[in-house]
Design a protein around this ligand. Structure first.
Ligand code: ZN
Ligand code: ZN
Length: 415
């Protein structure tokens, strides 16, 4: 974790009284959601929880969008007399929150521990839903304090197979047309009281591959009659390391990780085949062609050298998360006002992790940012996806304050 001098967050003086008062409810909602985690496209209890709150508050919404997704729409009662350029009308801003959990068995001994065996909100999406609900409630109650429309998108299946593109296909960015989109991720790689905001590429493209190498098995003592799939596979794994070290610009970034290598059955048997799988990450769009091309060339070359054959399957899952410069500037200025100290706004927050918010950011300009949520003193600094992951819930109010200020700035009553 980055060491930063602790900003003035212990009492969060930047949080307005109404959002401080909301903090208790934010924690309650987050814990209720945490107890009942659901995997991608199965978020039915979660969706009902969201719909019940929206109905209770009188907020218009559409449910069952891309299976379990929800879009809430809050229209201001104010009109902007002079809408900010380039808009000829009051702007439409979307806020995106993902809803799904992970297939992880929770190890935390907390009263709000998951009651769903083998499932856990180990990435903080329970907090994202709570923050989005709190933002919706506040904005609905203060419809005269901004000018425009806010769409709150509750998105399923971020952890896979991806709910963003199905929601876009279902038309969530249309009618009224969304001008910009913001989203956040609670982030245990940053301490509570910080916000990570940057322009340009922020999270990496996420791609997967599987490969079966076909050799010729045989007796462990008679190798001359075989094509040893373990030897070929081992050379493939080694040779793949040269993609990053020899084909990628040293000033840019990429990852090629082989995560699985399965081959062989016995001590005295030469393996007939080997199975490899792995993931590829990068920011630079052109690497989306270069890396799979090199991967295949390396496999083909090594296999040919040994008389083996191979079958490669390459899947492009999510494109890179790329923030728009102008929207990132707006979020950065808001972040500065929320954390009240420049060291609290962290620009070096790129990660090779992936996020399907990237599909939204390809469709409309926007900014995805990190909300620092780690608190080592309370033991709340386990990494995301860890069975002991948990975050400092004080961050929930900071998230709502940040979203509300972004809305008030983007949809300013007097531009
Ligand atoms: Zn995750
Ligand atoms: Zn996540």
């Amino acid at each position: 974790m980055q060491t930063l001098s602790r900003p003035l967050v212990e009492n969060f003086s930047a949080l307005r009284p109404e959002i401080r008062e909301l903090q208790g409810e934010l924690v309650k909602w987050r814990r209720q959601l945490h107890q009942r985690p659901e995997l991608g496209f199965q978020e039915e209890v979660t969706a009902k929880f969201i719909c019940d709150r929206l109905t209770e508050w009188g907020i218009a919404y559409k449910s069952s969008v891309a299976k379990t997704g929800i879009v809430a729409t809050i229209e201001s009662t104010s009109e902007s007399t002079s809408p900010p350029l380039p808009f000829s009308r009051s702007p439409v801003l979307a806020i995106r929150a993902d809803m799904d959990a992970l297939p992880v068995q929770e190890l935390n001994e907390v009263p709000y521990r998951s009651v769903h065996e083998g499932k856990m909100h180990a990435c903080g999406h329970d907090g994202h839903v709570a923050i989005a609900l709190g933002t919706a409630k506040y904005l609905h109650e203060h419809r005269d304090q901004f000018a425009g429309t806010v769409k709150i998108i509750f998105q399923p299946a971020e952890e896979g197979p991806g709910g963003a593109q199905p929601m876009i296909d279902a038309g969530v960015l249309k009618n009224p047309d969304v001008d910009a989109l913001v989203g956040l991720h609670l982030w245990n790689n940053l301490p509570l009281g910080t916000l990570g905001v940057r322009s340009g590429p922020m999270m990496a493209a996420t791609e997967f591959f599987t490969c079966t190498i076909q050799g010729k098995g045989g007796h462990g003592a008679i190798p001359q009659q075989t094509v040893d799939a373990v030897v070929v596979g081992a050379q493939v794994v080694s040779a793949l390391q040269t993609i990053v070290s020899r084909n990628i610009d040293p000033l840019k970034s990429a990852v090629v990780t082989v995560g699985e290598f399965r081959a062989g059955t016995a001590v005295n048997v030469i393996a007939d085949s080997a199975y490899l799988s792995g993931t590829v990450r990068y920011f630079e769009p052109s690497y989306g062609e270069l890396i799979p091309q090199r991967l295949e060339q390396v496999m083909a070359g090594v296999c040919a050298a040994h008389g083996a054959s191979y079958e490669l399957d390459y899947q492009k899952l999510y494109p890179p998360v790329v923030n728009d410069g102008a929207i990132a500037d707006l979020v950065r200025s808001v972040a500065l006002s929320v954390v009240e100290t420049p060291v609290g706004v962290v620009p070096e927050c790129q990660t090779m992790g992936g996020e399907d918010v990237s599909f939204f950011l390809q469709a409309v300009p926007g900014c995805y940012f990190f909300l620092g949520s780690a608190n080592g003193e309370k033991g709340l600094d386990y990494p995301h996806h860890h069975p002991r992951f948990d975050f400092d819930e004080t961050a929930l109010g900071v998230g709502v304050e940040t979203f509300v200020r972004v809305v008030e700035k983007f949809c300013a009553v007097s531009a």
